[in-house]
Ligand binder design. Sequence first.
Ligand code: NAD
Ligand code: ZN
Ligand code: ZN
Length: 346
Amino acid sequence: MSRKMQTAVVEQFGKPLVLREWDVPTPGPGQILVKTEACGVCHTDLHAAHGDWPLKPMLPFIPGHEGIGLVAALGAGVTNVKEGDRVGVPWLYSACGHCEDCLAGWETVCAEAQFGGYTRNGGFAEFILADPNYVARIPSRLSASAAAPIICAGITTYKGIKQTAARPGEWLAISGIGGLGHLAIQYGKAMGLQICAIDIDERKLAHAKLLGADCVVDARAHDCIAEVKKLTGGGAHGVLVTATSLGAFKQCVGITRKRGTCVLVGLPPGEFPIPLFDVVANCVTIRGSFVGTRSDMAEALAFAADGKVKADIELQPLSAINQVFDRLGHGDVPSRVVLDFASTWT
Ligand code: NAD
Ligand code: ZN
Ligand code: ZN
């Protein structure tokens, strides 16, 4: 009889996850089995469970792409990790390794890429199958729960900030100070930027100040754009949009300085209007950014291992996932919930 594990499964879009047993997978050639210690809960998991995006995962599936654990078994031919290594199983679960994007160091946009907790089962489970060529190597100074948010929220904001091309001393505006945004503030400060934090929730703005934001602005204020322009002396050189509502996106284009770059990272379903004249006449760049590569991952983790970036986490058991999703959907998670497997199922 096969071994069983506890999981939280999306069986139908828009319905609560089902807590149930699932067969522990056996690693095939070139795969590894990871015993989960911790897994962060990203707003992307909520989009996945709602079937929000054009490319939908096949039902049923196990979400979770901030899973950290110890390598428990190796499939045939695996030589680059060993049993007991601590690894993370990220959103970029695997890529082909030989297309023009992979060769250019852009494996995140590989057409063959698989996504953890989306097109492959993820970390809301006691064990995760992974591709050893794409797992994150967790520095020994980081605990599993401290590392979990770094492998999605951390890498995504770190890469997104790099994509703004803002230079030390310049302004970075961050819209959305949740799981991603609270790390973005810390990466931005560590990279020498001045930070303007924007959210619709006073608690998030107060937290942003504690994390070192140089100024905070309420996105609901009717003069939000004018306020950011005043505080930053003409608009932010770089803007990172992690917000989960479409209204934030047009606003963020408006707060981008002339010749600045607005990087879109948040993924609420839908489209947003672009004020064409302003974008053209001000030579504004609008670009999307999708997680990060394996070298971005190593860099993002190094910031955390050096203590320059620290996720604020709330530990919860896997069995609380539906309450956590409810709170995340209502903006009631202060920063990041991490599912703690050590205390729950062992
Ligand atoms: P979260 O729920 O923890 O945080 C979202 C924050 O946005 C909250 O603080 C909320 O108050 C704020 N917000 C909502 N509406 C706003 C508005 N109009 N203006 C300003 N702030 C607003 O979510 P998260 O886990 O940080 O994820 C954020 C988004 O990023 C999600 O859409 C997620 O799917 C996406 N994401 C994208 C990538 C990528 O690679 N591009 C990676 C991870 C997550
Ligand atoms: Zn994520
Ligand atoms: Zn490829």
